[in-house]
Design a protein around this ligand. Sequence first.
Ligand SMILES: O=C(O)c1ccccc1N[C@@H]1O[C@H](COP(=O)(O)O)[C@@H](O)[C@H]1O
Length: 215
Amino acid sequence: MAKQGKLLVKVCGMREKANIEGLLQLPIDYIGHIFYPKSPRYLASPLAISYPASVKKTGVFVNESQEQIKQHIQDFDLNAIQLHGDEPAAFCQAFQASGVEIIKAFGIDDDFNWDRLAPYLPYVDYFLFDSKSAAYGGTGKAFNWNKLKDYPYDKPYFLSGGLSLENLKEVPAFADARLIGLDLNSKFETEPGLKDLDTLKKALKIINHEQISSK
Ligand SMILES: O=C(O)c1ccccc1N[C@@H]1O[C@H](COP(=O)(O)O)[C@@H](O)[C@H]1O
């Protein structure tokens, strides 16, 4: 796999105002809010926070209705949606005119068939590869990254699933021009929905200064 350029950083599962305001002082690219009621990171109502234009506010949905997602795009002023359930390709297509980036997540295990992604290629901006789980996400478990060596498409993807200070150091070994970003979530929390900003700063240092990216 080829070496990638600067990696985008998405920090997900944010729900506390002060914690978000602290996070927005850090050089991140995407901030994720979980709109899945079964998640311990569920965010129910908009927060009175002004986000810089450089940070894409991303709504994470699991098998939600199109109407609810469209309402959330308006109510939360979302720049991107991350569809983290079993949404079919036509569901992604329905949001093409909505002006938001579309990230389609898939739970990956050793048996995952990459052919499943083909119908989505015209309708999504990015894929996101997480560990396969019944909870859909936020498990803190990494999948076997060797599986990515078989990924057959040009579509850029985010790497997700149990990323931590420890395994971030292993990302360069899987350097891939299609790897566009990293999604940091439960391994950077003191409790679900509350991020430890000092640990995130260490992660950003690894990502930006230890040649995980070429910047
Ligand atoms: O974080 C959650 O609670 C969650 C629940 C349901 C779907 C997705 C969720 N989060 C996403 O899960 C991945 C991996 O998170 P982790 O690092 O393993 O904790 C990440 O993309 C989150 O956006």
